[in-house]
Design a protein around this ligand. Sequence first.
Ligand code: ADP
Length: 246
Amino acid sequence: TTGGEMVLEVTGLSKHFGGLKAVDQVDISVRRGGVHALIGPNGSGKTTTLNVLSGLYNATSGKVVLDGTDVTTMPPHLRAAAGLGRTFQNIRLFRSMTALENVIIGAERPGNTLTGKGDEAALTERALAALTFVGLGPRAMELISSFSYGHQRLIEIARALAANPTLLLLDEPAAGLNSTEKLELHELLKRIAAQGLTILIIDHDMTLVSEAAQHITVLNFGRRIADGESMAVLRHPDVVSAYLGT
Ligand code: ADP
């Protein structure tokens, strides 16, 4: 950890699938603390960008620096150990396990080399704290299958939080949520940011994005077309036409 102003510095990032430039020479600087949104029409390269950032895909070219460490060629588990947490567009929880068991899996990140009985108790405590933070502490022992879709999303966020990440990548956390759940999510994002954690979020929900994020980067056809303070970006003519064009 460098404690520098930027928690993530992405420069010239590209990911090509054969001839398709899914991500094309993209720069993203994420300031420490607060919420940074990555938006763009369908197919603009948002999820591919997150997948390259978390190490699921190798970059075709470009550089990714997390908290002062060049993680460009690191495998996902080492990026996680370096402080990168993420959730996925499709919920990835073990349905036959309890909420707590799922979150404990998240707490066991490679960077936290915990072994032995006392450590197990510490893991459980950390997982429970994360579940409590998202408002589901009292239901920790229930099976995933008994939770609503919205609450399963919160459990995924708790699982990512349990690893104590520096930067949390959220891929469309509001997808499929009703309006009450969206408000709860928005409130949760604010509380996460208030803890000093940084969030990079992909979302389609413009209301959520404009209210939750201080900074927005916009992609279209794999390229960055706008970047800056939220309100200015959302009014940018290229952004307006990119959205109307699809
Ligand atoms: P978004 O998240 O903005 O909707 P994606 O990153 O999912 O966009 O996709 C960007 C482009 O890359 C799309 O044209 C998509 O079809 C393509 N793409 C994404 N993943 C793959 C893959 N694994 N193989 C081939 N093409 C892909």
